[in-house]
Design a protein around this ligand. Structure first.
Ligand SMILES: Cc1ncc(COP(=O)(O)O)c(C=O)c1O
Length: 451
């Protein structure tokens, strides 16, 4: 199996004292340097407050709905109709019934598909939902060495989860909407017929991270039909539900939800708060749902019922949700426009070929010759800027026994930029400083700039 090894050697760092007293930070004494995954990078930036971060994928601090969550929890605790056991005892494997009911009602309106609480299961974040899908689809340890197909620029944590389950991820050519259906079918046939390798599932995104494209229902339907034909399960990730900027783009209705083997995963992280770890996945495939329930039951890892109930209160308040989405979207859009403008002002070193239609990220390109992966250490220590190297968000090629490579090659002159966290004026400043740093590196390494 072809192994890509872009990583410089890891070495222990001796962390500088932190400048503010945060028990969460004190709990993390050492870590590898440079970080080689996103959570470690986020921790590193928190430990080094001088670093300005374009990494992560977090709502701006001022967006945290502290008071609304406080009120929702108070309402739950003082609601005479909620028995104490529902709040304080263990939850059940499917998740709190009221939460699942309000989700099913709300999504029935969006999808025009009849959904009931039995089609909903809660997970400890969208990331946990992906892991559940992988485990249900491939089985523990992936004993049959089946593979997962996805677009080449994909969600970075998917790769980490797949590695943990011993699953190879193969990139399939895509456009701004996602995997190109003909390419999906071609790849499935090649793997099955030429190499006797079985693809067991695809991972796709309704609103993509990092490219910010929206997948139409037509595309989703085409992909799900191919999956059904070849017996693959499909996970459609909708972590960015409700965050489409362009009013001319219709909110997808997820018309493929009725097909066999389909799961759609949602997250409350981007519209409410990541720390609540309160989220859900939807499937109308009973066999898959039974597997999810069994995995959750055996793991006994649940979101605390009090948090599910707090979100139930918020999700039940249509007016609150409408306003919340509008507030979040407005703030993210300001971030996107600021970042696009700053990039366009530095077009000799930065370029964006895809203008995101929603979400939190840009996926800028640097002139060929730059490696965002190799630069990470210098970016952190010299420029004091954090970003997600492109290689963390890309699939590796799969080398077959005859030497053929399946999937497009990696390209390392892209990186992921989150525009939703930093205040706009700081975001602009950081992008300009990044451009200055890149010009310096280009000079040192003789890299030709964009003209
Ligand atoms: C595409 C995608 N899926 C899932 C997640 C996981 O979100 P969480 O685990 O915070 O719910 C993220 C987070 O960034 C994401 O970008």
């Amino acid at each position: 199996m072809q192994k890509y090894n872009f990583m410089p050697d890891l070495r222990e760092s001796h962390l500088a004292p932190v400048s503010f007293d945060n028990p969460e930070i004190r709990a993390v004494p050492t870590q590898k340097f440079p970080p080689n995954n996103l959570l470690d990078l986020i921790t590193y930036t928190r430990l080094h407050s001088e670093i300005r971060s374009l990494a992560g994928g977090m709502p701006a601090s001022e967006l945290h709905p502290r008071v609304d969550i406080q009120n929702a929890i108070n309402e739950v605790l003082s609601d005479p109709n909620i028995p104490p056991d529902e709040i304080f005892q263990y939850g059940n494997a499917r998740g709190n019934y009221r939460y699942r009911e309000v989700v099913a009602d709300n999504l029935t309106k969006v999808t025009e598909t009849e959904l009931t609480p039995d089609h909903v299961i809660t997970t400890v974040g969208g990331q946990d939902a992906i892991s559940k899908f992988l485990e249900a689809t491939f089985g523990p340890g992936n004993p049959e060495r089946k593979v997962l197909l996805t677009r080449p620029d994909t969600y970075s944590a998917l790769m980490g989860a797949a590695e943990r389950f011993n699953i190879q991820v193969v990139g399939v050519l895509s456009d701004h909407e996602g995997i190109i259906p003909e390419e999906l079918e071609k790849t499935i046939i090649t793997l099955l017929d030429d190499y006797q390798v079985t693809p067991a599932g695809i991972f796709e995104m309704v609103l993509s991270n990092p490219t910010g494209g929206v997948m139409s229902d037509k595309r989703g339907l085409e992909l799900s039909k191919i999956c059904e034909k070849y017996g693959l399960n499909a996970y459609f990730d909708y972590a960015y539900f409700g965050i489409i900027f362009d009013e001319n783009i219709e909110e997808p209705k997820l018309l493929y939800l009725d097909s066999k083997g389909i799961t759609v995963g949602f997250s409350s992280s981007k519209i409410i708060a990541p720390g609540l770890r309160t989220t859900h996945l939807i499937t109308k495939d009973d066999e898959l749902m039974d597997k999810y329930v069994a995995i959750k039951r055996d793991e006994k890892i649940f979101t605390p019922p009090i948090l599910e109930l707090a979100l139930w209160k918020l999700f039940s308040n249509q007016e609150w949700m409408k306003q919340r989405l509008a507030t979040v979207k407005k703030r993210y859009l300001v971030g996107k426009e600021t970042a696009v403008e700053a990039i366009n002002q530095n077009s000799d070193v930065l370029k964006i070929s895809i203008n995101p239609q929603g979400g939190m990220f840009l996926y800028p390109e640097m002139p060929p010759g730059f490696s965002s992966h190799r630069l990470l250490e210098r970016l952190l220590t010299e420029a004091k800027i954090a970003l997600v190297p492109g290689s963390w968000t890309q699939t590796h090629q799969l080398q077959m026994a005859d030497g053929n490579l399946i999937g497009p090659p990696m390209k390392d002159n892209n990186f992921r930029l989150c525009y939703s966290t930093l205040p706009p004026n700081e975001l602009k400043e950081v992008i300009s400083e990044l451009a200055i740093f890149l010009r310096k590196v280009a000079k040192e390494e003789n890299i030709q700039l964009f003209n």
